[in-house]
Ligand binder design. Structure first.
Ligand code: CP3
Length: 369
């Protein structure tokens, strides 16, 4: 499948894109994971009579919900309203998103036959998403980027194998370790679906993409490298020629930042546990070791993160202090040459009970730092 570059609009001075490529942004860019969602009354209103996964296949709703936080908070990017399980749903996997719980899969994958029977997704099955992207691009201005995304194979596999959200991911790890060959077969089934999902969004015109490996932090680095990294690397390579920033994110990945950076993104997302300057040193050391003789500049990536979402409940004084700390840690990493830029974000998603007024205030503070 060729990525159609003709649909891509020309952004002008988009701070997120400039930061991702190590140019000087006109202001410090910010967006928030889960900026669209239950923290917003206008979201709860439009979603009140429609199920989460149904809304993801309605281009009008998808565009409206994606735009809500952009209108309200003046963030520098919209993130496509969708979910990591959308390509699975589009392919016909029997699953639902249960409110307050997350994705639940009717028939968890346990044996070779189950994995064999996992369907592939065709780009046509994602047509409503592409249509929604077209509507969103018509509403954004030329400095606001639209970020597309997909779940990484490990995180998707965890839902498929466990059958739902998991505290310990024990069935997923059991599959890896008891039957590595079958694990790799599962990864080889999921990886093309992720690539199709991302390429459908890229063809429709998104300006950047993020790969969410939310639960990768449950793995040892050794297992991550052996069972996961090859597939995430394949995904980043498959979308490299789109020429748009690629972001890689997971939670609790302090010990994996270097390995995740080796998958090939321009930007590494960092959760709140590791200061951004420490994260940048880890990333750079890993990339330098993995690519001996590489241009030292190429081993410095852009950073995305990493305010603790709970700080949005801590009052304006604490909010300002923590934002300043995050910004100065990012700036230190850039000054030392260990990072090329900074995109402000939370260390994970906006919590549903967050006061949206505090999110708007956070954006103002970030833009003035
Ligand atoms: O604003 C945005 O960030 C864009 C939308 C977005 C959603 N899901 C919407 C959503 C994104 C980027 C995702 C990705 C996603 N989905 C991830 C990776 C990001 C992360 O949080 O680590 C994961 C692990 C999922 C799986 C998933 N879907 C979970 C854990 C949940 C939450 C369950 C709950 O109710 O708390 C969902 C449902 C979901 N996806 C909601 C939203 C807004 C809540 C649905 C609702 O409003 O009822």
């Amino acid at each position: 499948m060729m990525v159609d570059m003709n649909n891509r609009r020309a952004l002008k001075d988009a701070p997120i894109i400039d930061a991702a490529y190590g140019r000087s942004p006109s202001r410090r860019p910010v967006w928030f994971m889960r900026q669209a969602g239950r923290s917003l009354p206008e979201y709860r209103q439009v979603r009140k009579d429609i199920a989460m996964l149904d809304s993801c296949f309605r281009p009008d709703l998808l565009a409206e919900i994606t735009m809500q936080p952009v209108r309200r908070h003046d963030v520098d990017a919209a993130i496509l309203f969708s979910d990591i399980v959308v390509p699975l749903k589009a392919a016909g996997v029997d699953l639902d998103i249960v409110p307050g719980r997350g994705p639940v899969v009717e028939n968890p994958l346990r044996c070779s036959n189950d994995i064999e029977a996992l369907p592939d997704v065709a780009e046509e099955q994602l047509a409503p998403i592409a249509e929604g992207i077209g509507l969103i691009l018509g509403e954004l201005n030329e400095s606001q980027a639209l970020i597309g995304f997909a779940g990484a194979p490990f995180t998707l596999a965890s839902y498929l194998v466990e059958g739902g959200p998991s505290r310990n991911h024990e069935q997923t790890k059991a599959l890896m370790h008891s039957n590595p060959e079958l694990w790799h077969k599962l990864m080889q089934k999921i990886t093309p679906m992720v690539i199709t999902f991302l390429k459908a969004q890229i063809s429709a015109g998104v300006d950047a993409v993020q790969l969410f490996d939310s639960w990768a932090g449950f793995l040892t680095q050794r297992d991550y490298r052996r069972f996961v990294l090859p597939y995430s690397t394949e995904i980043f390579a498959a979308v490299a020629d789109a020429g748009i920033p690629r972001i890689h994110f997971g939670v609790g990945t302090g010990e994996l930042l270097g390995a995740m950076a080796e998958a090939g993104p321009e930007v590494m997302g960092v959760d709140w546990r590791v200061p951004l300057d420490a994260a940048a040193s880890r990333i750079r050391a890993s990339l330098a070791e993995a690519t001996p003789g590489a241009d030292p500049e190429s081993t410095a990536l852009a950073l995305q993160g990493n305010l603790d979402p709970a700080i949005l409940f801590s009052g304006e004084k604490a909010l300002e202090a923590e934002i300043k700390r995050v910004c100065s840690e990012a700036d230190r990493a850039i000054a030392r040459g260990n990072a090329r830029g900074h995109i402000f974000n939370l260390g994970h998603g906006v919590l549903p009970q967050t006061d949206p007024g505090m999110i708007t205030r956070a954006v103002e503070i970030i833009h003035s730092n």
